[in-house]
Structure formats: C-alpha cells, structure tokens
Design a protein around this ligand. Sequence first.
Ligand SMILES: Cc1ncc(C[n+]2csc(CCOP(=O)(O)OP(=O)(O)O)c2C)c(N)n1
Ligand SMILES: [Mg+2]
Length: 331
Amino acid sequence: MDDTLRLSLLKQMVYARRFEERCYEAYVERKIGGFLHLYPGQEACAVGVMTAARPGHDYVITGYRDHVHAIACGSEPKEVMAELFGKATGSSKGFGGSMHIFDTDKRFMGGYAIVGGPFPLAAGMAMALKHQGRDDTIAICFLGDAANNQGTFHETMNMAAVWDLPVLFVCENNLYGIGTSIERSTAVLDQYKRVQAYDIPSAVCDGQDIETVIAASQVAVDHVRNERKPYFLELKTYRFRGHSMSDGGKYRTKEEQAEWKKRDPIRILRDRLTASDALTDQSYKTMDREVMREIEEVVVPFAENSPEPDVADVAKYVLATGDPWVRGGSV
Ligand SMILES: Cc1ncc(C[n+]2csc(CCOP(=O)(O)OP(=O)(O)O)c2C)c(N)n1
Ligand SMILES: [Mg+2]
C-alpha cells in the first residue's frame, strides 16, 4: 500500500474519531437526544471494509452504531450530524435519529435498533440483486458479535447458503454485547467458525490494523462479487467508550481497556507512517486540526442552524402496507 492511500485512510479514521467525540459533547450539551452508540476504537472496521468494497455502489446495512458506516458509504457528515440533532436536513429528515441513519442515494440502507434484524434484510437485498441480474453489485451486512446469538443469524446463514446470495457478513467482534462479555454469552468464541455449520467460507483478522482489514476484506468482497455466494468476515476489535451514553462501564477492567488502547487503529497506522517518514508529529497535528476545523465550522453549524422537521410530516415517510385497518381496504 502506498503512503498516499495510507494518509487518506488515517485522515478518514481521524475524521470518524473526531466526529464521534463531537457527538458525545453534543449529547452532553443536550443537542442530541435518544440513544447514542459511539464508534471510537472500531474505525478500521467500517473504513477498511468500505475501502475494499465500492462505496455508493454496494448496498450496506448495519445496526445502531451506524454513523461511521454511513459516512464510509459516502453520506455527507453534516447530514448525519443534522440527523443526530433531529433536524429536517438530516439524512432521515430528522425522524430517525442516531440509530436510523439512512441514505438511499449512497445505498446505505440503514442503521437498525433491533439486534440481528439486519441479517435477513441483507439477505433480501442480495436476493433482489440476484433476481435483477445485477452481478457487479453485492450486499454488505455489518453487525456485532452478540447479534450472532439471535435466531435471525442462523436462519439467514442457512438461506444465504441454500440460495447462493451475494452477501458479505462482517462481524465486528468487540467482545461485548452491552455489559455482557462474549465468554458469558456465547459458546463458540471465534465467530468465523459458526458459519462453517452452513458451509459459508469465512475468515478472521485483526480489526485494529486497517491494512490487515483491507487485505482480508478484499478477499471477502471479491469472493462475493465474483462467485455470487455469501462470505463471513470476523474482525477482532474493541470499543473504547461504553455501549451507549447510559453505560456505567463497570464490566471491563482498567487493565483490559489499557491493553486495547495500545492497539488504537489510529495509533497503529500513524506509527507506521511515521516510521516510513511519510508523517511527522507536526503534519499529524495539521491533519487533525483540519478535521476538527471542518467539524466545528461546517458540520456542527449546519446541524445547529437547520430547521426542525414539520410535525405535519410525522407520518409522511412511514410505510404502512398490507394492514387493512390502516388502509381501509383489503390486501
Ligand atoms: C432484538 C433485540 N434484543 C435486545 C436488544 C437490546 N440490545 C441493544 S444492543 C445489544 C447488544 C448487541 O451487541 P453486539 O451485537 O455485540 O453489538 P455492539 O453493540 O457490541 O456493537 C442488545 C442486547 C435489542 N436492541 N434488540
Ligand atoms: Mg459487540
């Protein structure tokens, strides 16, 4: 990988980190309401996979920890921030909030609050691609480790294998589902092994080193795109903050957190660039300052100064099909 690409990846991860940190502040200032799940520590996962995939072309779906995935698909950060602020200019017109970022133009098919819910939806997207003969396009489903204990995981893996669906499942294994460690909840700790039961090829890699993530993702993406079959990629990672803003953080030891902080994806890439003389402390600071300036001068003011959604539109984007009582007729 050349240093120009490495520098660009570093900047994308710094942007993701600063964006999320600013969300934290805005939540404390009560500018953002509802639930808020932040991504620091896991940046190499979304940025790395989407570097190997085709952002804006491949269909992507994920859970509630979704801001950085949307941005990695090409969503405008200011529209993501406006959504978090509940404003009409937000990516879901202010009606979705943090867990429901959605951007069809960029083929980002949403954040979802229901753990495991996106598995069958991703399979459905892949099924549509198959039926439409769109053989250059794939579906990508990012979810956490705990989601794999939902029934939807097993049902979806089975059907994805039976029907040869072009879908890549990316498991961001951060070792916890809220405050429950994977050891307490899950019989098989290596998530990539679980899909062997369905004859789905899989791999695991270090989710903190973005170059490793990109290499593993390229194999995964190429397999799904060319073979038109599912693939499962496990990324071993860690979230540096609590599960959500209401997390007391009592379930992880300081030692464990300190160990993982040494494996900060930004630090790993930054050190590599410094070692190859492509970055100095000064040029890193300049990059960081540029990122912060854009967030403070463009992203946050856009969200702050945008109008609230019109209450009259509250049901405008709700799709209610098939319910005869709602629609006053039969289906
Ligand atoms: C069906 C369902 N059950 C329970 C919850 C509550 N819940 C929200 S997040 C979460 C943990 C999910 O952990 P994981 O899949 O590992 O993702 P992470 O938060 O670690 O990114 C749970 C149990 C939910 N939202 N939906
Ligand atoms: Mg998890």
